[in-house]
Unconditional design. Structure first.
Length: 160
C-alpha cells in the first residue's frame, strides 16, 4: 500500500485521504493531481477544484449538456455550445430564437431537435450514434435504424 501524509496525519491510501472531511476534492481529482500531475499531497488535498459552473434561470448547472437537457432550454446542445463559445451570454444563448428554424422530418413527424428524435420510441439508436451517422451523410430515417438494419442498408448500397 502507498501510504500518504497530509494534514499532519498518515493515511493508508489516497482513497482514505479523499474520504477525510478535510480533503476538499473527490478521490478522482486527488488521484489525478497526485499520480498524473505530481502535486504535493497537502496541496492536492486542500486546493479547491476549479469547476466551471453555469448559472441560468436561477439554477446552477455543472455542464452545458445539463442545461441543454433542461426543458427550459430552447436549443440543442450543439447550438448551445456554438453560441456560448461564440461569445453569446448564456441567458441569451438558451433563449435565443434560432436564425433559421430547422425542422427534422422523419416518420411523417416534424422534430425541432435531434435529441427529440433519439428519445422517440421509433428510434433504435442513442443520440450519439444518430449524430455520428448523420455526420457521415446517412439519411435521417436510415440513421435511426437498429445496428442490424443499418448494416443491411449499407450492404444493399454496396451491391447496388
Amino acid at each position: 500500500m502507498n501510504r500518504v501524509q497530509a494534514f499532519g496525519q498518515n493515511y493508508r491510501s489516497i482513497q482514505a485521504l479523499a474520504s477525510d472531511p478535510q480533503c476538499v476534492v473527490s478521490y478522482r481529482v486527488l488521484w489525478k493531481r497526485l499520480r498524473l500531475y505530481g502535486w504535493p499531497v497537502g496541496d492536492a488535498a486542500s486546493t479547491e477544484s476549479t469547476v466551471t459552473r453555469y448559472n441560468v434561470w436561477g439554477d446552477t448547472f455543472s455542464t452545458l449538456s445539463a442545461i441543454a437537457d433542461d426543458v427550459r432550454c430552447g436549443v440543442d446542445l450543439a447550438s448551445l455550445k456554438r453560441r456560448v463559445y461564440g461569445g453569446l451570454p448564456l441567458h441569451d444563448a438558451v433563449n435565443a430564437t434560432p436564425t433559421t428554424t430547422k425542422l427534422y422530418r422523419v416518420w411523417d413527424t416534424d422534430f425541432l431537435r435531434l435529441k427529440d428524435i433519439a428519445t422517440d420510441s421509433r428510434c433504435h439508436v442513442e443520440y450519439r450514434t444518430l449524430t455520428y451517422r448523420l455526420a457521415a451523410g446517412v439519411p435521417l430515417e436510415v440513421a435511426t435504424f437498429s445496428h442490424k438494419q443499418y448494416i443491411e442498408w449499407k450492404k444493399e448500397r454496396l451491391h447496388a
